[in-house]
Design a protein. Structure first.
Length: 355
């Protein structure tokens, strides 16, 4: 499958991708994400290619961002994704055949693909938002013997705080370096990592994640605003866990992450949502009903727009949607027990026993 992405794909990619961000992003980031997509299409064609059509030994890189959404005012721009990719390529000594995104929306991978003239692979490290590089590491967290390179770029030359960083080692060690760099830049750097082979990506990544994102977004947009919650539930094969008002939001920023609890009360009961950058757990009346990597997302019931958990205020109306992990593409990194201790310690909850 080869598909040339067009301007008509931007809105479906936005809506599907922001919802699948699992509370990490919402409508406040839509204008910026749309601008990246438009810049990508202006830079060159974005060829979406099935991973199965790549030679197993074809070299790929991952385009992503590393940071925390509530930590400050990061200085990043679309060109930083391209610079991070070029920096990585200079370290690796060869141009990759394609690029994948860490998780959707993935527009940073669009602009890398268009600017470098390489394919955008219909695969993500993970099919829903995840808080750490290791969770999107496609199992590399349990392979400390495998060496990768990660690069990060951010800041402004005119302000004297331009930053680029390169780290080579296993994925857990290099993630710490990149997260430190993000903290120096208001909470985010645009990043790239690799190399990985297409064969490794097919075996360990979330194949078809980009097509799934586009199809979900199309289903959401095909419905009237007030019916998008139902359309999203139907597409995912999930459920609307609770629709009601936010009564608690204790999410605060610290040590590179947004951590806390959001409580929503509605006719269906009282739902407590555990947050570690993204929505990680959901309970109803004290019973755990969804745990990462299950999908947990939030929509505005009236507009059908995706909502970021860090922006939810007391009294806001919200629909909480969940779906089992079997209903959408996920990467093996999200099922790797080695990636969970950091989140468990920060959140104070058990995650691993729900794998």
């Amino acid at each position: 499958m080869i598909r040339i992405l067009s301007h008509g794909d931007i809105e479906p990619a936005l809506y599907g991708g922001l919802f699948l961000s699992a509370g990490g992003r919402g409508m406040e980031s839509m204008a910026g994400q749309r601008a990246i997509a438009e810049q990508a299409l202006a830079a060159g064609p974005v060829r979406l290619v099935s991973a199965d059509e790549m030679a197993p030994d074809a070299s790929l890189i991952v385009a992503t961002g590393i940071g925390a959404p509530g930590g400050g005012k990061p200085k990043v721009k679309p060109a930083d994704s391209v610079e991070a990719a070029r920096l990585l390529i200079s370290m690796l000594g060869r141009t990759p055949a394609g690029v994948i995104c860490g998780h959707v929306p993935g527009f940073n991978a669009w602009i890398v693909a268009a600017s470098l003239g390489i394919d955008y692979i219909d695969l993500a490290s993970n099919g829903r938002g995840h808080p750490t590089v290791a969770m999107g590491g496609m199992g590399l967290a349990s392979r400390p013997d495998i060496v990768i390179t990660q690069t990060g770029v951010g800041g402004e030359t005119a302000d004297g705080d331009r930053l680029s960083v390169t780290a080579t080692g296993n994925i857990l060690l290099t993630e710490k370096i990149l997260r430190w760099a993000a903290a120096q830049n208001g909470g985010l750097v645009m990043a790239a990592r690799g190399p990985i082979t297409a064969g490794f990506a097919v075996e360990n990544g979330a194949s078809g994640a980009i097509s799934f994102q586009l199809d979900l977004g199309a289903a959401m947009l095909a419905a009237r605003a007030s019916e998008r919650v139902a359309a999203t539930v139907d597409f995912l094969g999930g459920c609307c866990l609770v629709q009601g008002r936010v009564v608690t939001n204790s999410v605060t920023y610290g040590n590179g992450f947004d951590v806390g609890v959001v409580v929503v009360e509605g006719r269906e009961g009282r739902s407590e949502l555990g947050v570690f950058n993204e929505l990680m757990t959901a309970t109803v009346d004290g019973e755990r009903v969804a745990t990462f990597p299950d999908m947990i997302g939030t929509l505005d019931p009236a507009s059908g727009n995706p909502l970021a958990v860090s922006r939810l205020r007391i009294g806001d109306e919200v629909a909480v949607i969940t779906a089992p992990r079997s209903k959408f593409p996920i990467g093996k990194g999200a099922l790797d027990p080695a990636v969970y201790p950091e989140a468990e310690e920060a959140m104070g909850v058990d995650l691993r026993s729900y794998l």
